[in-house]
Ligand binder design. Sequence first.
Ligand SMILES: Nc1ncnc2c1ncn2[C@@H]1O[C@H](COP(=O)(O)OP(=O)(O)OP(=O)(O)O)[C@@H](O)[C@H]1O
Length: 328
Amino acid sequence: MPDRDTLNAALAAAAGTRASGLVVRDGVAGLVLAVDGLDTAEAERLRAAVEVALRRVPGVTGVRIIMTAAKAAAPVGTAVRPDSAVPGVRRLLAVASGKGGVGKSTVAANLAVALGKRGLKVGLLDADIYGPSVPTLLGLPGRAQIEGGKLLPMAAHGITALSIGMMMAQDKAVIWRGPMAASAMMQMIEQANWGVLDVLVIDLPPGTGDIQLTMAQKLKPSGAVIVSTPQDLALIDARRAIAMFGEVGVPVIGLVENMSMFVCPHCGERSDIFGHGGAEDLGAGAGVPFLGAVPLTMALRAASDAGEPGAAPEFEGIAERVSVGLGL
Ligand SMILES: Nc1ncnc2c1ncn2[C@@H]1O[C@H](COP(=O)(O)OP(=O)(O)OP(=O)(O)O)[C@@H](O)[C@H]1O
């Protein structure tokens, strides 16, 4: 195990105050390097210098550096907004990812069901209007009904849900421009009869572009959960998502690491297919709480395809930490 003081000294000499969040696991040193104000060549030189300096420290077998030029992280730890802007709904919780395909919708659906199992009244809004997957994840293939001019969320697994996928043919491509996408989402919130909810979980589209920013600004959620895989690339995007919520003043409740590890169902051997622990390291560096890790399992994939969420035990702890973070 490398000596922590030697590591800190080497890091300070190479990067000054630009380095943060140093974590060492199994000889691999991970850190976040802020490269604000540097051009690409300067940033690369700094990265290389940090790597060389850390590799010289006895016991270091690898170095993992997340470079970021993002703005300051969201106001973590600040009080969650007490009430949402939607009448009857106590909290709005955004579930976001910097990158597509990291399992954001899977986490949003399982988290919503796990929050419901805690006795909370939970709604799930699929704002991922370009790739709505909530109808599949909850096993709700039908169309949403309209009553008194308002959309009626559909009920399953102890929660209620609405998705653009409940309003259109399954094989129809969604080709909407940004403003239409944002307004479709607002309609599903404002022109729907959600009734009384403790929390409305919003599965945002992946990424940190204008659409996501507009949605975050319009909704002003009480808090956000960011989903990432442990890979460096996904983590860089997760860092952008943290910065995006920071820009609009939405507290980031924490990070979930999905596809954190794979345990072979045949031989029991564990493989870290996308790495492991990266989100926790990023959280430590950015001052964002780590909410938990979800392994890559056949069971979760099969349950998701079958519309049977709620069986993966990891979501119980994540839901507990989220409800504490939301003050519920
Ligand atoms: N922990 C996991 N174990 C096994 N399969 C998973 C896990 N998480 C997600 N998956 C599978 O990965 C695929 C992508 O997941 P999902 O649709 O939730 O990602 P996403 O980030 O919401 O994607 P996008 O927003 O880009 O549409 C799905 O087939 C899902 O069942």
